[in-house]
Design a protein around this ligand. Structure first.
Ligand code: AKB
Length: 318
């Protein structure tokens, strides 16, 4: 099948690297990157797109004969709490637009990123089961939990092939983090490499599920390539990479920067993090499409420090 793929939110943390991976897999002429910001540095077709604008999504889908959409545009957990109503509106409306457009234009597949943020205090914190009760504590989590239900609805009612992952915090060096609660685990590496003290907004023992960007990308591509009949879950698959707390990431950074100094100043993100799982049970992902994570905390630290050093050296930023 000759696929033509649209990515919304392509300039975000996941989008930047996923777009590159899709270009590599399908070729640049098959990929249309889009974002609300005009960043046309992608080596493929690019469109400025506000995904809350249904007419614009339809225009792009028809113009390029799109067959799949990866819908990454969304407001994340911490930023979302600053403006709850518009976060709900943006996250919900854009996903409805994508689902409706995919149904009406009979697209082959849709990818919807969900999150550990769908869980709240009612779910067990350790190895949170796939089917644990969802009572999200943030508007972002609410929009992802309801998005999962809509994915399942479009799949069962209209036969739309919607696939989804509940991502842990994603750690990558390719772009700046954008308003998440797990972002400290990226910012901390930048401070370490710049040899500056780091002000950590989570307490030292706050354990959260995390995943390295290359594992997150591989999981996404593996899920999207999996045989349709193997995918039992049409809401969203739990995905586990590794789990750690600030004190553990600091320990691993201190192997490179022994004098690295961290000051703890927990803020509202601490309360969000406390409602989230510490680790996820991803048995369904392992059984249905063979998921196995590959990056340990030591691997991530080595890769992040090496790559961030290279970036700063290239910019002469030391
Ligand atoms: C966030 O912190 O909001 C995201 C997420 C876990 O979905 N990184």
């Amino acid at each position: 099948m000759d696929e033509k793929i649209l990515i919304t939110g392509a300039a975000g943390q996941l989008g930047t690297v996923l777009t590159e991976a899709l270009i590599k897999k399908y070729g640049p002429q098959k990929i249309v990157a889009s974002d609300i910001n005009n960043i046309s540095e992608f080596g493929c077709n690019f469109e400025v797109l506000d995904a809350t604008d249904m007419a614009e999504i339809n225009r792009i889908v028809i113009k390029y004969r799109i067959t799949q959409i990866y819908h990454l545009a969304a407001i994340l957990s911490a930023k979302g709490e600053q403006n709850p109503l518009s976060t709900w509106d943006i996250n919900q409306k854009s996903f409805f637009n994508v689902l409706e457009c995919a149904k009406d234009n009979k697209l082959n597949k849709v990818f919807f990123p969900s999150s550990i943020a769908v869980y709240g205090n009612s779910a067990p914190k350790i190895k949170t089961p796939q089917s644990a009760f969802l009572n999200p504590s943030t508007v972002y989590g609410m929009s992802k939990a309801s998005g999962e239900q809509w994915a399942q609805y479009y799949s069962s009612k209209y036969g739309l092939d919607v696939r989804s992952l509940r991502y842990p915090g994603i750690i990558g060096y390719q772009s700046s983090p954008g308003g998440g609660t797990t972002d400290y685990a990226i910012e901390i590496y930048h401070s370490a490499v710049k040899e500056q003290p780091f002000v950590c907004y989570l307490n030292e023992g706050t354990r959260l599920p995390m995943i390295f960007i290359y594992d997150a990308i591989r999981a996404t591509l593996e899920l999207m390539e999996a045989r349709k009949e193997n995918l039992v879950l049409r809401s969203s698959y739990n995905l586990q990479g590794i789990s750690f707390a600030p004190k553990e990431i600091i320990e691993s950074i201190k192997k490179y920067y022994p004098d690295f100094n961290v000051i703890y100043k927990p803020d509202f993100r601490q309360e969000i993090a406390e409602t989230w799982p510490q680790s996820m049970d991803d048995t369904n992902a392992r059984e249905d499409w063979g998921w196995i994570p590959s990056y340990s905390l030591a691997d991530i630290t080595m890769e992040m420090i090496t790559q961030i050093r290279n970036i700063y050296e290239a910019k002469n930023a030391f």
